[in-house]
Write a protein that binds this ligand. Structure first.
Ligand code: SAH
Length: 268
């Protein structure tokens, strides 16, 4: 299998450019750098820092590790309101379920909402301080509240890890999907029909299927193979095996006599 297969669908670059990660009061510069890296691998570039404790900082640059373009382009704001001023939607993130004042949605649902709203302008994903998260006034600025589902006994992700999870969901929601290459894609309907006909003919020739009284054997086989959705290689193996087992191709074959051995084809 070719591991370097290009993706079938790239995410919508215009959408990704409108998704802003806002870090409020980040305390460790290493986390700011790691967040920039988490963004860049997912194709995000709009980073806003609200009153970071230490920025710029060599530790942030070191942890960005190749995503220093995202880091150096970051906008630094004094207030959260300034970072959100042009946004059509702001989504706050929270590690704590006890904040029940707001209904929480998971990262996947939030990403769908974010991507839909990004058609109309910038959308902010707002992350809190390492020690204390976002305060209530900051969460009030957000129309939606996101929680990454975690172990209830240990629910707090590292700040940059939370950015990574959310950024991944944003990328997926904005249209990234991996292509199955041709050999691994389920074969089209005409090939499936060819396979079913082949099964039918060989089973009749073998005397397993009585064409005068076929009942639902073929429907059951259809159901089985449709569920498996065989790809090109698998279909070729099945066709090859059927050819090899076809009694009409064996020397000294005796004419097929239908055997009545079906006990499993009485429903439907
Ligand atoms: N002690 C803080 C944890 C902050 S973790 C608290 O209890 O709130 C730093 C930031 O990472 C959080 O403010 C949030 O933005 C993000 N984060 C961590 N875990 C998260 C989770 N499970 N879901 C969503 N965001 C999370």
């Amino acid at each position: 299998m070719n591991e370097s297969q290009p993706p079938a669908a790239e995410p919508d670059a215009a959408v990704l450019s409108r998704l802003r990660v806002v870090l409020v009061g980040a305390q460790h510069p290493g986390n700011i750098g790691a967040a920039a890296r988490a963004m860049k691998v997912m194709g995000l570039s709009d980073l806003a820092l609200v009153a970071p404790e230490r920025y710029p900082d060599p530790e942030a640059t070191a942890r960005a590790s190749g995503a220093d373009d995202v880091l150096t382009a970051a906008c630094v704001h004094d207030t959260l309101d300034a970072a959100l001023a042009d946004c059509v939607l702001s989504i706050g993130t929270s590690a704590r379920t006890r904040r029940t004042q707001w209904p929480l949605i998971d990262a996947r649902q939030a990403a769908e909402r974010a991507v839909a709203a990004a058609a109309g302008g910038p959308v902010a994903l707002v992350f809190g301080r390492e020690r204390s998260g976002l305060d209530n006034a900051e969460l009030d600025r957000c129309q939606l509240h996101l929680q990454v589902p975690t172990n209830p006994e240990y629910s707090s992700l590292n700040l940059a890890a939370a950015v990574q999870v959310v950024a991944y969901e944003l990328r997926m929601a904005s249209g990234h999907c991996i292509a199955a290459d041709d050999a691994h894609r389920p074969v089209p309907a005409a090939d499936m029909e060819g396979l079913f006909q082949h099964w039918h003919d060989v089973l009749v020739a073998a005397g397993f299927l009585d064409p005068a009284e076929p009942r639902i054997l073929m429907r059951r086989l259809r159901r089985l193979f449709n569920r498996a959705a065989p790809d090109r290689i698998e279909t070729n193996i099945l066709r090859g095996a059927l050819r090899a087992l076809d009694p009409r191709r064996l020397p000294n074959r005796r004419p097929a006599k239908p055997r009545v051995t079906r006990s499993d084809d009485t429903d439907d």
